[in-house]
Design a protein around this ligand. Structure first.
Ligand code: F6R
Length: 240
């Protein structure tokens, strides 16, 4: 596991976007695993800049997002589908139909999970971008006595709903469930890029990278993967 500490988030974002640009240059039809939340926003901004400068193209790429809220349609303001359009897809040359997110409004959510896994089996992820939850979650795999391998429906922890309430008008509006790729699917990616920003995540990133491997800190399972790069800003990295 390689850990890189950046003085500023801007430098981190440029570096991360550069890694994706290089990967897409080397393999234009890469399959990318993408994340939402506040952590990747700056990275997506830098990717858009690189795209506008002709340094990065998604023309032959395919993307799979980690998760989506149950009950929010793709055009809901706070759905992750909308988030991805707003922050990345609408600004780059990724062809329509080559971005995938689980549907939180599928009539049969179990079948939706199985279908997502089938696609992930057919097109394995080359690089998976991950943020880190304050409780150690990756995707929406919340701490638990056991974790699931494949795509599944999760009950969101109250703390996770509270952390995400900042994007909604009130806590009541934050969905109670999500569909998420499982830890098994995440760990199948060829390369994983874990990005962590901010002083409030210094403790959990230390536990994830240097603590025991436990399902109670889902990100600690990344220690078992052969190709993980961790990018942290100074604040998040201060205990490492
Ligand atoms: C988002 C996701 C989550 C976030 C995590 C951190 O698709 O899978 O695991 O990466 O909750 O969120 P932020 O970046 O908002 O602190």
């Amino acid at each position: 596991m390689q850990v890189k500490v950046f003085d500023t988030t801007t430098e981190l974002d440029s570096y991360a976007a550069g890694l994706f640009a290089a990967a897409l240059k080397a393999k234009p039809d890469s399959t990318l695993g993408l994340a939402t939340g506040s952590t990747p926003i700056g990275i997506y901004e830098k990717m858009i800049e690189l795209y506008e400068q002709g340094e990065l193209s998604f023309k032959y790429a395919t993307t799979f997002n980690l998760d989506e809220y149950v009950g929010l349609s793709p055009d809901h303001e706070q759905s992750y589908a909308r988030f991805m359009n707003r922050h990345l897809f609408a600004h780059v040359d990724l062809p329509a139909g080559r971005s995938h997110l689980p549907s939180g409004t599928a009539a049969n959510l179990e079948a939706e999970c199985a279908g997502y896994d089938r696609m992930l089996e057919e097109q394995s992820v080359d690089i998976q971008l991950l943020g880190l939850g304050h409780n150690g979650h990756i995707g929406f795999n919340e701490p638990d006595r056991a974790l699931q391998g494949g795509t599944h429906i999760v009950e969101l922890e109250q703390a996770t709903r509270e952390a995400n309430a900042r994007f909604f008008d009130s806590l009541d509006e934050v969905p109670t469930q999500a569909i998420t790729m499982g830890v098994g699917s995440i760990l199948k990616a060829d390369a994983i890029l874990l990005v962590v920003k901010g002083a409030d995540k210094a403790g959990i990133v230390k536990q994830a990278l240097q603590g025991p491997i436990t399902t109670e800190v889902p990100a600690s399972l990344l220690q078992t993967h052969k190709n993980v790069t961790v990018l942290v800003d100074r604040e998040a990295g201060r205990l490492l």
